[in-house]
Each structure stands twice: as C-alpha cells, then as structure tokens.
Design a protein around this ligand. Structure first.
Ligand code: ADP
Length: 402
C-alpha cells in the first residue's frame, strides 16, 4: 500500500528548499511513502490553508527553520547568534509554534538549525526532532522523515475520529442529558427524606392534639398529608424515570414475543376481570434488547388501553411489521381516545388529560415508554380519535443500540 506524507518547509528564503527537494526525490524512489514537499515562508498562512483543506490532508510533517521561527516570534532576536538566545525566549518561541501546530491539528515538527545546543533545547521544548543545517545529508533527512512519518501517520489515524460539528453537538447533548438525569436522580432521592419528615410530623400533630383541633385544623392537616403523599409518589416516579438511564442494563438477544407474553402475564388478573380481548401477531423478531425495560413498555401501553377503555368490550390489537432497518410495532385499542392535539403532550412527564378522580395515574407511564424506546434507538408516537380509540406505534432498530 502506498502512503502519502506532506512535508511543509517553513523558511523565510528558499535556501534549503531545493536541497531538501532533491533529497526527497531520491528518498521517494526507495520507499513506499510518497513524500510531497511544499514551501511556505509564513506559518500563519499555512495554517489558514490547512484548516480549509482538512480532513483530506494526509499525514503531515513540518520542517521549520529555527531562524524563521525566531524572527517570526521575536524580531529582536534576529541580531543574536543562536547560542546567545536565552532559554526563556527559545522555549517561548517553540511553545508558540507547538501551540499553533496543535491548533491546526498538525503532527510532527522538525526544527532545522545550525546549532547543536538549539537542537537539543527545541527537543526539550516539544519539537519531535531536529536537523542540523550544516550536516544535512540524504541519510540524515531520510532517517528523520521515516521516524516522523510513522509518528505522524499514527497520530493521523487517531485523528480520523476527529468529531464533526454534529458529533460535538451530540456529545454536548449527551453530557447535558446525563447532567439532567443526575440532577433528577439526586433531587428526587434527596427530597424524599424531608418529605417523609413533613408527613410524619403532620400525622403526629393530628395524633397529639386531637382534642384541641377543630374541623378546620383537621382539614388543614389532611391537606398537608395528602399533598405530601402525592408528592412522594411523584418523587418515586421521577426516581424510577431517572433510574432508567442510570442502571447498567442487561442487553441480550431476546425473543420479543416472550417479552410481550411476560407483560401480559403480569396483567393477567386485570385482563381477565376486565374481559379484554387481545389479538396479536405471532411473527415477532429476536433482537438484542433490555428485556426488562421492554416488559415495562408493553405493560404501560396495555395498562393504559385497559384504563382508558369505554363501556363496550375492549379489544386490543398488537401488530408487528418488518421494515428495512427497523421492526415496527403497534398497539391499538377501541377506548376513549383523545383529541389529536395532545398526541405530543401526553409523552411529557406528569402530563395527563384527566384528574385523579376521573382516571387515577401519575402521568409518567408514557414518558417512561418514550425513554425506553429511545434508549433502544427507536421512536414512539400515537394516533388517536376521541371516542374511537388510540394506536401507539413504536420502532426498534434491527441493529443493537446498546
Ligand atoms: P397516566 O395514565 O398515569 O395519566 P401516562 O403517561 O401513561 O400517564 O398517560 C398520559 C396521558 O395520556 C393519560 O393521562 C391519558 O390522558 C392519555 N392516554 C394514554 N394512553 C391512552 C390510551 N390508550 N387511550 C386514551 N388516552 C390515553
């Protein structure tokens, strides 16, 4: 296999360009690496070009004339000989170049110098190698290039994974989601203790001051206890919801029909007492999933169909369909349905369309369903017509998303 390696010589004049170019032509005849030399008298200008041309650029080696470096970093140093350059200035100069090179994602930096001591100091300061101007020969250049190419090529390979803007945004989103999850978890966990204290003391108040409390006093305490209980279940739900993302789930190859059967068997007594008829496709796939999460998904959807039923016999139809990259599932009922305008809102946490007295519930079931489906890499949505029924759809990709 042939490799490409770009060498960029940064030098004020073209003095060394012709010599190095000649050597490189010779080296190219005896190696599988194709070295391409270009010359630039200005580092910044090179960076600007480079930023545009990435990421197609092959492995890259910079050869930087130290005098160019010194003069471009600090014009006052021009009048000194290299041995007269104090450590601080040299380190600063190299650091500046290294910094710019890091910014422009380049790889190896070889310093071209006519002073041994400067060579050593540039190495200490971060250059990958140095070449002596006086002793620049075909073999010294070849050795230096080979070593630096290997280094540069490896780095380039790693950098292939340089994230795109979208990937960066995804990472940022994942980070802030994780932070939010962490917050929800900590908040719901830590809120439990003070809430328990409120409930306990309100009940104690009722018990200890029974004789002294009038009807209004009792009512007030009952409000406190009821609200605290409601808040407790909400906190527990929130905790369950945030745990979904935190638990190290077990993903394995699972027959999804067995998963559905498990959910049905968990609800069997309600299904019997409500005389629910379930019509179900059989050709379910086997996929790599977190089966316990999928049991919860089916169970929530079936429970809702049962809860939001009408008087007439309840029929639930479950369908499964293979698509190119996904398996497509649907759960239809002939229940009360709802106005289509709510079809997004009902997936939000604690959003419900009825009061507790009309239909008991906490408004978290569908938010959990959505989270489970999304953790599997799929989507969930609903179509509904009031007094006709609802169909919940969800997809699970064929490829594991774990
Ligand atoms: P909950 O049932 O506790 O209210 P969910 O998150 O499971 O919480 O559901 C949110 C809302 O979506 C419900 O309050 C209800 O109004 C509506 N909903 C869910 N499933 C159905 C269904 N099968 N038929 C009609 N409405 C439904």
């Amino acid at each position: 296999m042939d490799f490409n390696c770009q060498i960029i010589l940064i030098e004020k004049s073209k003095e060394y360009y012709y010599l190095i170019d000649r050597y490189i032509k010779e080296i190219n005849q005896t190696t599988s690496v194709n070295y391409q030399l270009s010359w630039k008298n200005n580092l910044e200008c090179q960076f600007r070009e480079e930023r545009k041309s990435r990421p197609t650029q092959p492995a890259c080696i910079y050869i930087i004339d130290f005098w160019f470096l010194v003069t471009s970093c600090n014009p006052n140093l021009q009048k000194y000989s290299s041995s007269a350059i104090v450590d601080g200035d040299l380190k600063k100069a190299i650091a500046q170049v290294k910094n710019s090179i890091l910014r422009s994602q380049s790889d190896s930096v070889i310093i071209l110098t006519d002073d041994y001591e400067t060579g050593i100091k540039t190495l200490e300061a971060g250059a990958t190698d140095y070449l002596s101007k006086e002793e620049l020969t075909l073999s010294s250049l070849e050795r230096c290039l080979r070593l630096n190419f290997a280094n540069s090529y490896l780095k380039q390979e790693n950098k292939q994974q340089k994230p795109t803007k979208i990937e960066l945004q995804c990472r940022e989103l994942a980070r802030s989601n994780a932070e939010l999850e962490q917050f929800a978890y900590v908040a719901s966990h830590d809120l439990q203790a003070p809430l328990n204290t409120i409930t306990n003391y309100a009940q104690l108040l009722e018990l200890r001051y029974q004789e002294k409390l009038d009807d209004r006093g009792y009512k007030c305490i009952n409000y406190i206890v009821d609200s605290a209980k409601k808040m407790k279940t909400q906190i527990e739900d929130l905790l369950e919801y945030s745990r979904l993302g935190r638990q190290k789930s077990t993903w394995r190859e699972t027959d999804l029909y067995l998963v559905l059967q498990q959910a049905v068997s968990n609800l069997q007594s309600t299904i019997d007492s409500e005389q629910v008829k379930i019509i179900c496709d059989r050709d379910f796939p086997t996929l790599v999933v977190d089966s316990s999460q999928l049991v919860v998904l089916w169970q929530n959807l079936l429970e809702n169909s049962i809860k939001y039923r009408r008087q007439e016999p309840l029929v639930i139809q479950i369908k499964v369909e293979e698509q190119e990259n996904y398996w497509h599932f649907s759960v239809s009922d002939n229940g009360i349905g709802f106005e289509p305008e709510y079809k997004q809102r009902i997936f939000q946490i604690f959003q419900r369309l009825y009061t507790q007295d009309e239909y008991p519930g906490n408004g978290i079931g569908l938010a959990i369903c959505q989270k489970i489906v999304e953790q599997h890499g799929g989507n969930i949505w609903v179509e509904s017509q009031i007094n006709k029924g609802s169909t919940f759809y969800f997809t699970i990709p064929k490829q594991s998303h774990s």
